[in-house]
Ligand binder design. Structure first.
Ligand code: ATP
Ligand code: MG
Length: 574
């Protein structure tokens, strides 16, 4: 059997041997009878057996000890590198033991954490929550949980879930510390998306009716204008009405943008170009006391975007910045390219890795409290007094950026200022289609064909009838889908084009069109809608069917009607 000289077990056995000899000395009988030869042989044999027995026991013990040490090592690793932090607290909340994950979460070395009070790392506003939680944990026999914010590294915050259970002796408790910051962030984004969806539905509904009203106002204005040539004072009044209708149209567009019911018209555009274009507008928004600095790099930052909507985003941010700098300050807008890697995605929680154009908008204003920052993208959240803010500015910004496949985040410090960062996906040169010059639009041509018009809104119907009549067309009008089908059956031979509102009672535009197609396949149709809802579009319009968005100008309508009729004529003659 292999023995290491002077090892710990050897020393122990030597000491034991000395003790055994002393014991034998003191207990040996005074007159010991001499052993006979046979007894001596038996005794020697017994001793040898015992010695082997002891050595075997010794080996077993050594094995058991080795196994124990290995198990301890394994469990220490499991403890130290567990995905959650484990902390042992005494009854006053002082850290007695902590694993390496826990130490990393708190941002200090383990040795510097032992004997410190855990509540030193609890955010000031959550101290009370923590105290009650600890009391509950020591009082109960089961597991207690709570959610609060921890301040690590002196400033960084993380949202943590704590789970604690007291020991049977109630002199300590084992506590798990789980970092749930990322989950909370995702939950916030989901909640935000749901709120936007709800408010969006509402806004989309209002925009639908509003577009009908605007169509009527604008339509009659166009009609009146054509009759008023030469009557300058009345022409002036008419132009004012048209301008107001256009403003209303822009407002509806904002609502539709916000509700995601409006199709954005994206095209490849250089972000630097947008910033240069919007410069004058922003200077007007910011006023004299606020300096505007725009810093863009040399490189072109091509993205697929609706430049008008990105301009609106910047205008909304600038408006807020101006309000945050009542005594003047500086607004800096920078643009650069930025690569979001998988590692930074993990850190930020929700971005797609890739190359982005990063627009940073920084003001030197009042800044915001953490509570305000957490709510700013919520629709109708405002800190402004009644009548001074709707609380829609940043919700629209958020909605527009998300529609562009981008992201927006914010950092702000009270008394120092605020920075918004907008990420828009960059596109490569290969993704940019060749641009052909747009021909200048001339006054549209009219015609003498017959159009079957179906529109449930009486005012819009009358106005559309009049516009088309002005261009020489003959109109057969219907108030709903059912009536449109009946009128078609009566005038089948005369009708050259169907002009149907998409959403109508009884039968909607698409259903009425389908019924007509069953009788007369290939009948040309143009749909009208003030509600460019993606769902309506996807469900009702198949490829090849066209839509004209309300409100439309009389020229737009006439142009689309003529184009449709011409396309049909060339299709029939070929
Ligand atoms: N740059 C900023 N500095 C300080 N606070 C800001 C800044 N931007 C936004 N806020 C805060 O966020 C709130 C919401 O902004 P948002 O643009 O959505 O609405 P609003 O400006 O209040 O109203 P609206 O834009 O609809 O007129 C503001 O009321 C303000 O408290
Ligand atoms: Mg605003």
């Amino acid at each position: 059997m292999e023995q290491n000289k002077g090892t710990e077990p050897e020393k122990v056995s030597e000491a034991l041997r000395r003790q055994a000899e002393q014991w034998l000395q003191s207990h040996r009988p005074a007159q010991q009878s001499a052993y006979c030869e046979e007894d001596a042989q038996r005794l020697i044999h017994e001793l040898e057996v015992h010695q082997i027995e002891l050595e075997m026991q010794n080996e077993e013990l050594r094995q058991a000890r080795e196994n124990l040490e290995r198990a301890l090592e394994t469990y220490s690793d499991l403890y130290d590198f567990a995905p959650v932090g484990y902390v042992t607290l005494n009854s006053t909340g002082c850290i007695r033991a902590i694993n390496l994950t826990g130490a990393a979460l708190l941002g200090l070395e383990r040795s510097r954490l032992i004997n410190r009070d855990f509540d030193l790392f609890v955010a000031a506003e959550h101290q009370e929550t923590f105290d009650t939680f600890l009391d509950r944990a020591f009082a109960s026999t089961g597991k207690e949980t709570c959610e609060l914010e921890l301040v690590t590294n002196g400033t960084a915050r993380l949202v943590a879930q704590l789970e604690a259970m007291a020991s049977t002796a109630r002199d300590a408790c084992q506590m798990a510390v789980i970092d749930i910051s990322k989950r909370k962030q995702l939950e916030r984004h989901l909640l935000q998306a749901q709120k936007m969806e709800t408010v969006g539905l509402l806004a989309g509904g209002i925009a639908h009716d509003f577009n009908n009203i605007l169509s009527v106002i604008a339509g009659y204005c166009y009609l009146a204008e054509s009759k008023l040539q030469g009557n300058e004072p009345l022409m002036f009044n008419m132009k004012q009405i048209l301008a107001a209708a256009n403003r209303g149209e822009n407002l509806t567009k904002s609502l539709l943008n916000f509700s995601r019911k409006h199709l954005i018209s994206p095209h490849p555009v250089d972000v630097n170009e947008i910033i240069r274009t919007v410069d004058t507008l922003l200077n007007m928004v910011l006023g004299e006391d606020v300096q505007l600095h725009t810093v863009s790099g040399e490189t072109v930052l091509m993205v697929t975007a609706d430049s008008g909507q990105i301009e609106q985003v910047l205008a909304n941010l600038a408006t807020n910045a101006r309000h945050a700098m009542p005594d003047g300050g500086t607004l800096t807008i920078t643009s650069e390219s930025c690569c979001i890697t998988s590692e930074s995605v993990t850190a930020q929680g929700m971005y797609e890795p890739g190359n982005y154009a990063l627009i940073t908008v920084t003001d030197t204003g009042t800044g915001m409290s953490r509570e305000t920052v957490s709510k700013i993208f919520e629709p109708f959240f405002t800190t402004k007094t009644l009548g001074n803010g709707t609380g829609l500015g940043l919700s629209i910004v958020y909605s527009l950026i998300t529609q562009h496949g981008g992201y927006i985040d914010v950092s702000s410090e009270l008394g120092t200022g605020t920075t918004f960062r907008i990420y828009l996906p960059l596109i490569s040169a290969a993704d940019i289609p060749r641009q052909d010059a747009q021909p200048l639009l001339s006054r549209p041509e009219g015609g003498s064909e017959t159009i079957l018009l179906a529109e449930d809104d009486t005012a819009v119907r009358h106005m559309t009838e009049q516009i088309l009549a002005e261009f020489g067309y003959r109109i057969i009008a219907a108030e709903n889908g059912d009536e449109a089908v009946q009128k078609f059956l009566q005038h089948k031979a005369e009708v050259n084009l169907l002009l149907f509102d998409l959403i109508m009672p009884h039968r909607n535009g698409k259903e009425a069109y389908d019924a007509i197609c069953a009788i007369c396949p290939g009948m040309p149709v143009l749909f009208m809608s003030g509600y460019t809802n993606d769902i309506v579009q996807a469900k009702t319009l198949t490829t090849g069917l066209e839509l004209i968005e309300k409100p439309f100008s009389s020229d737009d309508l006439a142009r689309r009607v003529r184009a449709k009729l011409d396309a049909q004529a060339s299709c029939c003659s070929s």
